[in-house]
Design a protein around this ligand. Structure first.
Ligand SMILES: NC(=O)c1ccc[n+]([C@@H]2O[C@H](COP(=O)([O-])OP(=O)(O)OC[C@H]3O[C@@H](n4cnc5c(N)ncnc54)[C@H](OP(=O)(O)O)[C@@H]3O)[C@@H](O)[C@H]2O)c1
Length: 351
């Protein structure tokens, strides 16, 4: 979505950062160095791979609290950054910046988008294979709580692994750290808090749990690897409107999601397993208030990260949750005669 592409557009939120190394040892390349290709690894890479037209001044971070302004009309692309040497006790290989891996991360993002569209079509015909529809699916089952912890954990483990990894060069930059923290915060809640609050959740079919687990391995790798090793932002990206609006959406979505799940949970007394009509919060407007929150949350993340990877995850979330929201809506209308007829499926006042 935003990385420099052959052809030179669109302008990315990243600076054409000519930073080599990190910490006290990193350097900012001057335009002359860039143009002449005489700036070592980063400069050679810049000169050799110029593809992206940037015509505005960019801010290049050179250390905590300081920036250097640079103006250039030279086409550039974010350079590969040489990984810092792994220190004593480092657990990850130092040669982390593989251009091939970046291409793979792009391919994986496209694949996620296509898979989401396929699921979207499939879920028009099939019931989502868990929760109130689980009985329609065969096979062994796992208690809901265990299933949620197991299946969501990989999405938490990946970014934590990257944080513990000495060869994650982008994590010394504030925008990358904030974005990865947003991802981690969500999955701390989803994997370690949400499951233990469930009341009377239906056992999950094993194949659903395994599928969700594999998805979290996939997405955890995609988001955390991209943010920790490849995404290049200017230090002032955290004050840009897209980032701020994205963070606000992310936070609003998460609050709506958690609050809505809280309302659903409290419909049941301990040991109850039946269903009641949810009321209050956004449930007064839509059937799937918790899904609305989740979708808004990941759209906010996509906006703040302005990345193909973030966009693919937001799209996937929508394509999986939207059909389930429609199913829930139909289900409520069938089961409850007094279900509020004015209530929409997922978009207040509209749909
Ligand atoms: N990012 C993604 O792709 C993704 C995908 C799936 C889910 N999620 C998130 O995971 C969370 C849970 O999803 P879900 O699909 O399990 O949500 P759900 O179908 O709304 O169910 C949530 C919980 O509330 C209970 N419940 C739902 N409606 C109820 C009612 N009318 N009366 C009493 N209890 C009710 C369910 O019990 P039962 O199990 O007995 O039905 C379940 O324990 C949500 O926050 C969702 O956004 C995210």
């Amino acid at each position: 979505m935003h990385r420099c592409r052959p052809g030179g557009v669109p302008a990315p939120p990243y600076a054409d950062v000519g930073v080599v190394g990190r910490g006290s040892g990193r350097r900012v390349l001057s335009d002359r160095q860039v143009g002449s290709g005489s700036a070592g690894v980063g400069g050679a890479a810049l000169a050799g791979h110029c593809r992206c037209a940037l015509s505005q001044a960019s801010q290049v971070g050179v250390g905590r609290g300081s920036t250097v302004s640079r103006r250039s009309d030279l086409p550039r692309r974010p350079p590969p950054v040489s990984a810092p040497p792994a220190g004593p006790g480092a657990r990850c290989p130092a040669s982390a910046m593989e251009p091939g891996e970046l291409r793979m991360l792009d391919a994986l993002a496209y694949l996620m988008g296509f898979a989401g569209c396929a699921f979207f079509l499939l879920l028009q015909r099939l019931a989502s294979p868990y929760g109130r529809y689980a009985s329609e699916w065969p096979g062994p089952r796992i208690p809901a709580r265990t299933a949620w912890v197991l299946q969501e954990l990989p999405a938490l483990a990946w970014p934590l692994l990257e944080c513990a990894c000495a060869a994650a060069p982008r994590l010394d930059r504030l925008p990358n750290r904030v974005l990865l923290a947003m991802f981690v915060v969500h999955y701390v809640h989803r994997a370690l808090i949400f499951p233990f609050l469930i009341r009377g959740g239906k056992p999950t079919p094993l194949f659903t749990c395994v599928s969700a687990f594999l998805f979290c391995v996939y997405n955890g790798y995609l988001q955390s690897r991209y943010l920790s090793r490849y995404a290049v932002y200017t230090e002032d990206w955290v004050t840009q409107p897209r980032f701020l609006a994205g963070c606000a959406l992310w936070l609003t979505g998460m609050v709506v999601n958690i609050h809505s799940d809280h309302i659903l949970r409290n419909l049941r007394k301990p040991e109850e397993t039946g269903y009641k009509i949810p009321r209050g919060g956004l449930f007064d407007y839509v059937t799937a208030a918790n899904y609305l929150g989740e979708i808004v949350e990941w759209c906010g993340f996509a906006l703040a990260s302005w990345s193909l990877q973030g966009g693919a995850f937001a799209l996937f979330t929508f394509t999986v949750l939207y059909p389930r929201a429609e199913q829930h809506h139909r289900w409520y209308l069938e089961k409850f005669e007094d279900y509020p007829k004015s209530r929409k499926v997922i978009i207040p006042f509209l749909y």
